[in-house]
Design a binder for this molecule. Structure first.
Ligand code: NAD
Ligand code: GDD
Length: 338
């Protein structure tokens, strides 16, 4: 059988980097593409294109050989501190929409056999996510649409874009609504990090008895999915006959305070929480609803949150250690130069 070929858009990022390696393990020939190199140096694509997918010519050049599958994960994205401040709304919508407009059309022109699109839980209506104990995120609740961020609106638009290409041009699409994915090699500082990585970083940097800042009152709820299960879900969806959209997320809903307590327990530290109500918070409650994925794929994520957090905390603790050592070395060199 001929070797399968795939393009992973966003291969320099968190999920894209992990996905490239999974496809390589499965025997694919993989071309990665991103604005930036994968900073961890362990992304094993056969070919990597450093390029801007907003540019149609960059996109077109990716198809210089027959491509079986495209995984479209490139987006201008981040956690609550990036998408809920309003400061990046225009860029998020413009940048991500251009990438999807380019890729959907080229996938038809180049007769790509299957296309994966990474949508988000952020497409679900704000009015169903006001009760932290009872959020509604079943796939059929997406309409009437009222996402709480422009990031969510762009994701919903692009879902519709791929579905329109499926109806009008026969594009074979698979759409997943990912629910807060975390794990090693995820963004952990700089402003785009999500709650699990931010909390792990804050705990790793604190001393026993210290106080750490938590955004909101900590009673808002979320579920968090470990990266390996996200990749498993993406691959299973691609191999299935179901186009989606379907949730890929965990159903283990926790409050942010519970998330902090779990990380503290893993770290073996007792810390105080200082709640800052002025910080971005997003919806009050969110949880994955896994009935549809279970029905269509006969599978749903099952790893306990605590297990994924243990692995993630160990990785972030090491990044913090390396970072602090680097900063100390810089300072020593500066002082020596004076
Ligand atoms: P990430 O930021 O680590 O990866 C996205 C990558 O896209 C980045 O490396 C970025 O450089 C690249 N990119 C952005 N603009 C580009 C452009 N113009 N040209 C080329 N590359 C460009 O994010 P991630 O967590 O790996 O998320 C991957 C996808 O999954 C995104 O589409 C995101 O919206 C979606 N998603 C992620 C989560 C999550 O919790 N991580 C949840 C829901 C949806
Ligand atoms: N980022 C962050 N940093 N969030 C914190 C912190 C902190 O230090 N402390 C508390 N929080 C709270 C936020 O206020 C928010 O209420 C909750 O933790 C979750 O924040 P995030 O993980 O940043 O984002 P999100 O769950 O609201 O949205 C994310 O998930 C979507 C998919 O489910 C985003 O990453 C979206 O881009 C993604 O599509």
């Amino acid at each position: 059988m001929a070797q399968k070929t795939a393009i992973v858009c966003g291969a320099g990022g968190f999920i894209g980097g992990h996905l490239v390696n999974r496809l390589k393990d499965e025997g694919y020939w993989v071309r990665g593409v991103d604005l930036k190199e994968n900073e961890w140096g362990n992304m094993n694509a056969d070919d990597f294109v450093l390029g801007d997918l907003r540019d149609p010519q960059v996109c077109a050049r990716l198809f210089d050989r027959p491509i079986d599958e495209v995984y479209q994960l490139a987006a201008d994205m981040g956690g609550a501190g990036y998408i809920f401040t309003g400061e990046h709304d225009a860029d998020v919508m413009h940048n991500s929409a251009l990438i999807n407009l380019n890729m959907a059309k080229l996938c038809v022109e180049h007769k790509v056999k299957k296309v994966f699109y990474s949508s988000s839980a952020c497409i679900y209506p704000a009015y169903n996510q006001q009760d932290p104990n009872n959020p509604k995120c079943s796939e059929d609740s997406a309409y009437p649409a009222m996402p709480d961020s422009e990031y969510g609106w762009e994701k919903l638009f692009s879902e519709r874009l791929y579905l329109a290409f499926m109806r009008n041009y026969g594009l074979n699409v698979r759409i997943a609504r990912l629910h807060n994915i975390f794990g090693p090699q995820g963004t952990w500082r700089g402003g785009r990090e999500k709650a699990p990585a931010a909390i792990c970083r804050k705990v790793a940097m604190a001393k026993d008895g210290d106080e750490i800042e938590i955004w909101g009152d900590g009673n808002q709820t979320r579920s968090f999915l470990y990266i390996d299960e996200c990749i498993e879900g993406i691959r299973r969806l691609m191999e299935s006959d179901f186009p989606g959209p379907v949730n890929i997320g965990s159903e283990e809903m926790v409050t942010i305070n519970q998330l902090v307590d779990m990380v503290c327990e893993i770290a073996g530290k007792r810390l105080k929480k200082r709640h800052d109500l002025t910080k971005p918070q997003g919806v009050r409650g969110r949880n994955s609803d896994n009935r549809l994925i279970q029905e269509k794929l006969g599978w749903a994520p099952s790893m306990p949150l605590k297990e994924g957090l243990k692995r993630t905390y160990a990785w972030i603790e090491e990044q913090v250690r390396l970072w602090l050592a680097e900063e100390a070395q810089k300072k020593a060199l500066e002082q020596a130069a004076v």
